[in-house]
Design a protein around this ligand. Structure first.
Ligand code: 5GP
Length: 111
């Protein structure tokens, strides 16, 4: 089970800011900007955004919509939406997720 599935299952704690039937969103444990949220499909079936785009485009669309709504709620509505795809691109958790970042990034970091 991925670390994010363990958050979905409430096996490990997280600061959850949104939950629907298919999606959960919570604050990143190591924020790289004043607002740093992770938007995650509850299924861990898809490792990265390309798999999700091919396998369930409606779910990807819902993630983007949730990210946009959360950015409006938690910031001035202007944000970066980042999908790290692959280890050399900085992906560490192979359960697809979107980073929602708003406000100045910490120097030298990009999610
Ligand atoms: P990736 O590098 O895979 O794109 O992003 C994984 C993100 O998950 C990182 O920004 C990391 O800080 C965050 N993260 C890893 N483990 C946990 C956790 O247990 N709780 C929360 N809230 N975030 C986590």
């Amino acid at each position: 089970m991925s670390i994010f599935s363990r958050i979905v299952a409430r096996e490990i704690p997280a600061d959850i800011v949104f939950e629907s039937e298919a999606i959960i969103a919570f604050r990143d444990i190591a924020p790289q900007a004043p607002v740093h949220l992770l938007v995650v499909p509850k299924t861990e079936e898809f490792a990265n955004v390309a798999e999700l785009a091919g396998g369930d485009p409606a779910l990807l669309s819902e993630m983007v919509s949730v990210a946009n709504d959360l950015a409006a709620e938690h910031s001035n509505g202007e944000y970066r939406l980042i999908f790290n795809s692959g280890e050399s691109a900085g992906q560490a958790v192979f359960h697809v997720h979107a980073h929602v970042l708003s406000g100045a990034l910490q120097e030298g970091t990009l999610a």
